[in-house]
Design a protein around this ligand. Sequence first.
Ligand code: HCA
Ligand code: CU
Length: 443
Amino acid sequence: MSRFAQYQPRPLEIIDTTLREGQQTSLLHDHHKYFFTRADKEEILRALIVYGVKFVEVFAPVVGPQERDDFDALKAARDSLVTQKGYTFLLAHVRCRPTDVASAIEAGADGLNFYIGTSLESRAFNHGNDLNTLSATARRLIDDVRRSHPGLILRFSGEDAFRTRESDLFRVYDEIVPLVDRLGLPDTVGVAAPAAVARRVAVLRARYPNVELEGHFHDDRGFALVNALEAIRSGVRYINTTVLGIGERSGITSLSALLFNLYVDRDFDRLEGYHLRGSYPLNVLVADKLKKLVPSKEPVSLTNRTHTAGVHQSAVLREASVYEAHPLDVFGVSESEILLGPLSGWNVIHYFLKEIRYYQLDETTAKEITAAFKERAYRLGPEVSPEQVLIEIAEREFGLARLQLPEAALSQIVQRLDSSASGDASRVTGVASLATRHPSRVA
Ligand code: HCA
Ligand code: CU
């Protein structure tokens, strides 16, 4: 029996595609980075696995030599965590072409996410095939794979499904559905509103009761999150996300934003198996790789713990719940959760020292400090705070100094980094770091 046949899917299965859709974000171009390095990818994959994600989408190796070689490294990173965290399925995103399929199978993918454009726009200007041709091509190929590799997890998506007429989608899906484990439902260009999502899911659910559905929602209208929630409520078990919602154009549904909303709605069954406290650290990790901060629009962000107006500040100092409705500490928005311990990469340590603790340091120093920290982090007892050890290394061994802010700036913003901390002192620590990040606020 294949691993997948033995796997009991949870009420909600995230298929995280930070390493595929996420790599298509223009944010990587902003600073001439263009793609995640292999080390970045390994780190993101390990973080996703520790977070509880069981399905991770990657590019088919055919995309290029870098992706091909990275595939092996990702498999090794995944394998190293199997004993500790269980198995995570690596799914390759493939066009309906034999070369794509062969490259993914050869590389050892656990599953193939097939896609081909079904809308009039795709048919006319993308691949140029009519419905009959495209569904026959897809069917032949998927049928072959099904027979030769019965253990592979197979998914088929009609790309641009929301601009595809319902009858056209049925025409293609009717033919493919007996061969696959899931049908995808991508809103490729971000046109769908929640009501349209609910309708589409309902008709597909009714027509194909025995296959799982997968949602993939782009954020062009700002609906990626609400559409994913709507899809889930209408019967979709598998949802595509990326960390911070990064992806083509304005991106797709954000992983932590989705889980956060399910939590707020008390939909705890669907949160089974996800390590919610890892949400903010995961956001920080990926933000740092993009050389930016966790965006202020992310629900799981420090900004949602930051208060600037005087009235808000004084109220929050008396009782936080006045302006904080959500249990963000459950999602790791607290100082102590930023440091993950011996597995932390240098970029998280760089981020923490620079952005949270306000030390002046460059990346080379951050790497050296990380090496020193890792040496020690494995030997720390439970009574020693990793954060304190890191600060000691930074100050005593590397002589790092903190930037001095004018006194006036320190009283302008109240930032609650640690909900368990009492008194104003801990808050003031946060003030200094935030002030550097948003200088306009303290001018
Ligand atoms: C793409 C398009 C895609 C595919 C989604 C899917 C989309 O970038 O190739 O395979 O389900 O949004 O349609 O991301
Ligand atoms: Cu997409």
